[in-house]
Design a protein around this ligand. Structure first.
Ligand code: DSN
Length: 391
């Protein structure tokens, strides 16, 4: 590179990534092919609109790129083009969720989603997010004892509040979700069911987590977490008389976005093809095996693992343990000093504030990409325990 300053920083970051154990549940390590597509000359092209109907000229090639990404997204999640529509243009998960609400429910309508401290996301109606300001937000929490979703309580709340849309999706909930129950609740309360599968999309693709598609009206996913692609997002909607397909496309452009990032869309297409292989299925299986092992071993060493374990790639670890342990921020700093990267996280019913919560979130996507197996997780748990207890 001619820009030596940026070149140096890129090298520094590459070195940092190589030198640490990465347990950030939302990160992964992409292939060289994904990087090549991302850094390609496709970035030079403006392509407002959709394949075959663009505002600018010269879109013969990017139209093919975008159509390929669409076809691969449908194929990976076993969807028929007659039943599902996919828009591959959203730049990331938060604006993708924002697009869905803007397109499918009235302004000022009601969103019901999981509270951030229970494992939800800011864009599931948190009061600090625009999704909690433009729309009226109803937030549900986990059962305080079992630390899992209480479907009866959820149903009661939905029946009282009658939200326009129920958001089912998480950033720090480690368990398998019963999409069928969510659907039944949404039907009973007359709500749409929106699934944000950003965290577990790769596990759905790999066949180790149930697919939300038989139950949802709309599904959003980021492509850079368990799916192991570039930073981007996809929106899927049911294709029927409600015309959600047209509403989403119109909300993306001209509603909210400008020109799509065709280089990212190409990189998404590459990742979707990579995920549609037996090797990726084995990877997804190993991600879950690794997370289960890490959770079990940490538990054996006396740590409180929220909900008693995990069914996915992520673990929520209570490091505070009602004052018997250490705050999440201190835990995360100590681990980082020893080369283990995690993020501090609130736990359900957290007695501490979000800026210094009671736990940390762990995930096994990145380290599994690096070839780690259960035996490595056993050693990692021992190492983490020693660091956290200052042994
Ligand atoms: N920031 C992402 C995560 O870490 O889960 C969600 O947006």
């Amino acid at each position: 590179m001619k820009d030596k300053q940026i070149e140096k920083l890129i090298k520094e970051e590459e070195k940092r990534q190589k030198s640490v154990i990465n347990l950030i549940a939302s990160e992964n390590i992409v292939s060289d092919d994904v990087l090549k597509a991302l850094g390609s000359k496709l970035t030079n092209k403006y392509a407002e609109g959709y394949p075959g109907r663009r505002y600018y000229g010269g879109n013969q090639v990017v139209d093919k790129v975008e159509n390929l990404a669409i076809a691969r997204a449908l194929k990976l999640f076993k969807l028929k083009a007659t039943e599902w529509h996919v828009n591959v243009q959203p730049l990331s998960g938060s604006p993708a969720n924002f697009t869905v609400y803007s397109a499918l429910i009235p302004m000022g309508g009601k969103i019901m989603g999981m509270k951030l401290s229970s494992g939800g996301h800011l864009t599931h109606g948190h009061p600090a997010s625009m999704t909690g300001k433009i729309w009226k937000s109803i937030q549900f929490e986990l059962n305080g004892e079992t630390e899992v979703i209480d479907y009866e309580a959820l149903k009661k709340l939905a029946m009282t509040e009658k939200p326009d849309i129920i958001v089912c999706g998480f950033t720090a909930y480690p368990r398998i979700v019963d999409f069928k129950k969510f659907r039944e609740i949404a039907d009973a309360s007359g709500s749409l069911l929106h699934v944000d599968m950003s965290h577990f999309a790769g596990l759905v693709a790999g066949g180790v987590y149930p697919s939300p598609f038989p139950y949802a009206d709309s599904v959003v996913t980021t492509t850079h977490k368990s799916l192991r692609g570039p930073r981007h997002a996809l929106i899927f909607v049911k294709k029927d008389a409600r015309e959600f397909d047209k509403k989403i496309d119109k909300m993306i452009i001209p509603g909210l976005f400008g020109g799509p990032h065709e280089n990212s869309i190409a990189a998404v297409a590459v990742a979707l093809k990579e995920a549609d292989t037996p090797a990726f299925k084995s990877y997804a299986k190993q991600v879950v095996k690794n997370a289960k092992t890490l959770a079990k071993e940490l538990q054996k060493l006396g740590w409180h693992i929220i909900s008693g374990g995990t069914d996915s790639h992520l673990i929520l670890m209570d490091t505070w343990m009602e004052g018997k342990g250490l705050p999440g921020k201190e835990a995360s700093t100590k681990l980082e000093k020893a080369g283990i990267i995690v993020n501090m996280n609130t736990i359900p019913g957290d007695p501490r504030g979000p800026m210094d919560p009671s736990g940390v979130r762990l995930g096994t996507c990145a380290e599994t990409t690096r070839g780690k197996k259960e035996i490595d997780m056993v050693k990692l748990a021992v190492k983490m325990d020693k660091i956290l207890r200052g042994k």
